[in-house]
Design a protein around this ligand. Structure first.
Ligand code: OAD
Length: 260
């Protein structure tokens, strides 16, 4: 990231009235939460999504799927928001019309203080009944789970005794309509879209930066590596979110002492 690119991005951020921050797994990487597609460490490099992240997989092997999500919930529960999450919350503090649209199923944005959050892919912390859709409460996360979680039977719904499933969007499922509509609305009306830590290959979520660009908003991308959004982005800030975002916030609002 050159100083000039950062200064240009900081000016766009300072002058924007409505900012959309679009985040993916990369923003949580420095909290120790694995991404999906990074070489060697990505979850989909080590696990088969067809066996773990589809309704068919849950039907065929509920214990295996529930155990895998309980393992992830336990890891996320022990993780802490990093400087990137805190910088995103600081953007909202400076520019109150900010909307954070995340593909992540962890809760690190909320824990860093983000309030206006749109969740496109659900949450590890919002399980529901497969049969009647009633929300279910979760026990404290398992303390000592083996890598991958092992087999843990899903709980039964207190309303109808149906099986409880993780509250995440699986492959082949639709995104929550209200969340997708809120994301499209925010992207259509923003005057800056900041995309952070996403490979931008999973649709329809990956449409969000493109919607903003079609409506004339500049796009700033934060990612250590190239992505399909490189050509769309007006500015590419190469580097980890935990370093790039605090520097960007400090450059945008130098008098505020960086991230609030
Ligand atoms: P990916 O794993 O596809 O992409 C993560 C991106 O983060 C990559 O472009 C990395 O280069 C980048 N990255 C890695 N470390 C970073 C860091 N420290 N700072 C900034 N960027 C970093 O994750 P997503 O794009 O979030 O869907 O994946 C999209 C969806 O695919 C997920 O929501 C999930 C998955 O299947 C569902 O579960 C429905």
């Amino acid at each position: 990231m050159t100083d000039q690119l950062r200064a240009d991005a900081a000016r766009l951020l300072r002058e924007a009235r409505a900012v959309v921050v679009f985040t993916g797994a990369g923003i949580s990487a420095e909290s120790g939460v694995a991404t999906f597609r990074d070489a060697l460490t990505g979850l989909w490099e080590r696990y088969d999504p067809q066996q773990l992240a589809t309704a068919e997989a849950f039907h065929a092997a509920p214990d295996l799927v529930w155990g895998w999500y309980e393992w992830r919930r336990a890891l996320v529960s022990r993780a802490r928001p990093n400087a990137g999450h805190h910088a995103v919350a600081a953007i909202e503090a400076h520019a109150p019309s900010t909307v954070v649209v995340t593909q992540n199923v962890d809760d690190l944005h909320e824990r860093a203080g983000t309030r206006a959050l749109v969740r496109l892919h659900g949450s590890l912390f919002a399980p529901r009944c497969v049969r009647c859709a009633a929300p279910a409460s979760l026990p404290p996360p398992p303390g000592d789970t083996p890598e991958g979680g092992g087999r843990i039977p899903p709980p039964s719904c207190v309303e109808c005794d149906g099986p409880v499933r993780p509250g995440v969007v699986w492959f082949g499922e639709s995104l929550p309509e209200d969340q997708l509509a809120a994301a499209v609305r925010a992207a259509s009306t923003c005057d800056l879209l900041l995309t952070v830590g996403t490979s931008a290959v999973v649709y329809p979520a990956a449409e969000i930066p493109r919607v903003a660009a079609r409506h004339g908003a500049p796009v700033v991308q934060v990612n250590p590596y190239e992505t399909p959004l490189d050509a769309l982005a007006d500015i590419n800030l190469r580097g980890p979110a935990g370093q790039v975002l605090p520097a960007l916030v400090a450059a945008a609002w130098p008098d505020a002492g960086g991230a609030r």
